[in-house]
Design a protein around this ligand. Structure first.
Ligand code: HEM
Length: 288
């Protein structure tokens, strides 16, 4: 294969084989957490149970990147950032990479005791849920290329790839079931997922102008607060009103609901700016 033909396959080049700064920056940002984890491990910066810490941290990155990958399509449409499409596949593959690393590290943590691993996967519901989420992600990763689209046809491919939402939902349930004391990040990921789903709904139901998008941000923020309160209600003795009122106390931390609201409002503002300053409407490829 010639060097020119090879360059098309490099993760930092576009379809024409030219260097894409967007792809290169995304690639480096996606590799950074893995390098950081290796560094912390080598430098002995983890607790006395470093592998358990690594299981957690790789899981955290897996869900963050998975949720981020879902943001590409809404951002392309509502904020007319059409170019983002070139990093969607990379984000999806990175989410699977961190998930597989997460599972592999868990196997290391259990010293590859295969019988225990198999029993845990079947008997502990949160692991079974995580396993199903992972199994759904695999065919999506395998078909997330031109060959996959050609082989399946655009319609079937879209249907198959809409399963990414099911995989994310299962991963979020897995996360919530595992959380012990602090559910802040799990609530944040859930809230961002709600926000992204709501953007999709807006796109399908009405024109995604500033008011509608800001409305979606407010509803998603409120939903995040409600979900968080419900979680604490079901898993602890903390009263639902105490959790909700913690959202109005900024002296300790800013609750996930506000971050979700902020993310939604930022997208609404970005969309408005892009419209006002004449960005061409994204192709109407708000694919599933
Ligand atoms: C076979 C599949 C999976 C297995 C065996 C597995 C295993 C585990 C285990 C054992 C923990 C608890 C770690 C601890 O607190 O000691 C955990 C937590 C977690 N997992 Fe998974 N997992 C799987 C799939 C997934 C998937 C698909 C995702 C997301 C894409 C994910 C994300 C997470 C997250 C975010 C946590 C919480 C980390 C934290 O406490 O900070 N896992 N997983």
């Amino acid at each position: 294969m010639s060097a020119a033909a090879l360059s098309v396959w490099m993760p930092w080049t576009d379809r024409a084989g030219r260097l894409s700064w967007l792809k290169l920056a995304t690639l480096l940002a996606l590799i950074a957490p893995a390098i950081w984890m290796v560094y912390k491990f080598e430098a002995g910066l983890y607790s006395p149970k470093p592998i358990t810490d690594l299981v957690r941290e790789s899981g955290d990155w897996a869900i963050r990147i998975l949720v981020l990958s879902l943001a590409v399509t809404p951002l392309r449409y509502v904020a007319r950032l059409n170019r983002l499409i070139i990093v969607r596949r990379m984000l999806g593959l990175a989410a699977l990479f961190y998930t597989l690393a997460h599972i592999a590290l868990w196997c290391v943590d259990l010293r590859f005791a295969w019988m225990t691993i198999a029993l845990e996967l079947v008997l502990r519901l949160f692991l079974t849920v995580g396993l199903i989420g992972t199994l759904i992600m695999i065919p999506l990763a395998l078909t997330s290329n031109d060959m996959g689209i050609r082989y399946l046809g655009a319609q079937k491919w879209n249907v198959l790839h809409s399963w990414v939402y099911v995989a994310t939902l299962l991963s979020l349930i897995h996360y919530f079931m595992e959380v012990r004391l602090d559910a802040s990040e799990a609530a944040l990921m859930c809230g961002l997922f709600v926000l992204l789903m709501a953007f999709r709904a807006v796109r399908k139901s009405f024109v995604p102008g500033f008011v509608n998008l800001a409305g979606v941000a407010v509803v998603s923020g409120v939903a995040t607060a409600a979900l968080e309160a419900l979680y604490y209600k079901l898993s602890t003795t903390v009263s639902i009103w105490r959790v909700i009122s913690a959202n109005l106390d900024f002296s300790y931390t800013i609750r996930p609901a506000w971050w979700v609201l902020l993310a939604g409002v930022m997208v609404a503002v970005l969309a408005e700016v892009r419209v006002r300053f004449g960005a061409k409407a994204a192709r109407n490829t708000f694919a599933k």
